[in-house]
Design a protein around this ligand. Structure first.
Ligand code: ATP
Ligand code: FE2
Length: 341
């Protein structure tokens, strides 16, 4: 693999531009939208991205230049095509198109969920993992099989992080709630039963979040935070374990902002240990939304000829990872035999 790609991420809060080559991340510049109060306002977030897009691009080019990588060295421009907030996606896509046109470089549309997986495969020893991707808006269990990353399980309603944030708001905890819930949960070991919702291989968090808010009437905040975490994490760990069993894979990779949680890591670690699987967690900067992952998947796609025309570069707020034909991974012998049978 060879080449140098500039990638731009901007599906939600984080606007981030990065330049990578096959060896490493060369430069990354991020500017995060921070609402004055409460959660994300999509239109305000998009306005933020519009205001700072040229800044992050200019700055990342400057930083790369200091490291000896010139703008002429860039082979392609990649951007997050979805999933995400429509207004944010459109803003970042416009910036990426303009850059591609003005530099006369090919454009690459990247699926944000796959970028989380690929950056993990790049930055940890994982080669063919089952990935648990848990962020604010997304919660999925994914693994590669015969030309695609398949979704083995996913949330039927809201993402795990959003469920935590919603509960936190009801409990009077400031946004984002996840890190504070983790801190409060450490002060309790008193489990209060809460709805554990796994249907087939999918999970649901909306009812759990509401039930946790209601439990506050009778129980301490610490006990509820503890029980909320234990329940939600047990659900996603169960589905991850079943995906391991089903696929016969022996690696688990964690991604997304909720992956910062130490209790979730501990539970995954124990599960992997019991099954003889390896558990991998990338460095924190590659777990939440970041430009490096978009640039890196852009590089993999550039190298495998996945370039799009400007006319076909519309964004897709519901872009599913299993809609992408993955031709940058070589199927192993077993998978080739499966296909011919
Ligand atoms: P997307 O869903 O598009 O990937 P996002 O901005 O919603 O992006 P991230 O930045 O990946 O998501 O993650 C933010 C979420 O992670 C928030 O919901 C936050 O509460 C949660 N989070 C962050 N740290 C922790 C933690 N230590 N424990 C639990 N949840 C956490
Ligand atoms: Fe993400």
């Amino acid at each position: 693999m060879k080449g140098t790609v500039l990638g731009i991420e901007g599906t939600a809060w984080n606007l981030s531009a990065a330049i990578v080559n096959e060896k490493d991340l060369i430069a990354e510049v991020t500017d995060t939208y921070k609402p004055a109060t409460g959660g994300i306002h999509p239109r305000e977030a998009a306005q933020h991205h519009a205001k700072y897009a040229s800044y992050v691009v200019r700055k990342v080019l400057e930083e790369a230049k200091e490291k000896g990588v010139d703008v002429q060295d860039i082979d392609a421009i990649s951007f997050s095509q979805g999933p995400g907030l429509g207004a944010c996606l459109r803003t970042v896509a416009t910036a990426a198109r303009m850059l591609a046109i003005s530099l006369d470089k090919p454009l690459i549309g990247v699926n944000h969920c796959l970028a989380h997986i690929e950056v993990g495969r790049w930055k940890t020893p994982a080669t063919d993992p089952v990935t648990l991707y848990v962020s604010g808006a997304n919660s999925q269990v994914l693994a590669y099989r015969r030309g695609k990353y398949r979704v083995f399980g996913e949330t039927l309603d809201i993402g795990l992080g959003n469920a935590f944030d919603k509960f936190a708001r009801n409990a009077g905890i400031s946004h984002p709630g996840g890190p504070k819930i983790e801190e409060l949960a450490r002060k309790s070991t008193n489990y209060i039963p809460l709805p554990y919702v796994v249907k087939g291989m999918d999970f649901s968090f909306s009812g759990l979040s509401t039930a946790a808010s209601e439990a506050l009437r009778k129980h301490s905040l610490e006990d509820v935070c503890y029980s909320l975490q234990e329940t939600a994490f047990a659900m996603v760990v169960e589905v991850t374990e079943r995906a391991l069993a089903h696929t016969g894979k022996n690696e688990v990779l964690l991604g997304g902002g909720v992956g910062a949680n130490m209790r979730l890591r501990e539970m995954l670690d124990i599960m992997c240990d019991e099954r003889g699987a390896s558990f991998y967690v990338p460095e924190k900067r590659f777990m939440g939304d970041n430009g490096a992952m978009i640039a890196y998947l852009g590089l993999l796609m550039y190298d495998s000829g996945n370039i799009i025309e400007i006319a076909d570069s519309h964004v897709n707020p519901n872009f599913r990872p299993d809609d992408v034909m993955v031709n940058w991974i070589e199927d192993n012998q077993q998978e080739k035999e499966d296909v011919s049978n």
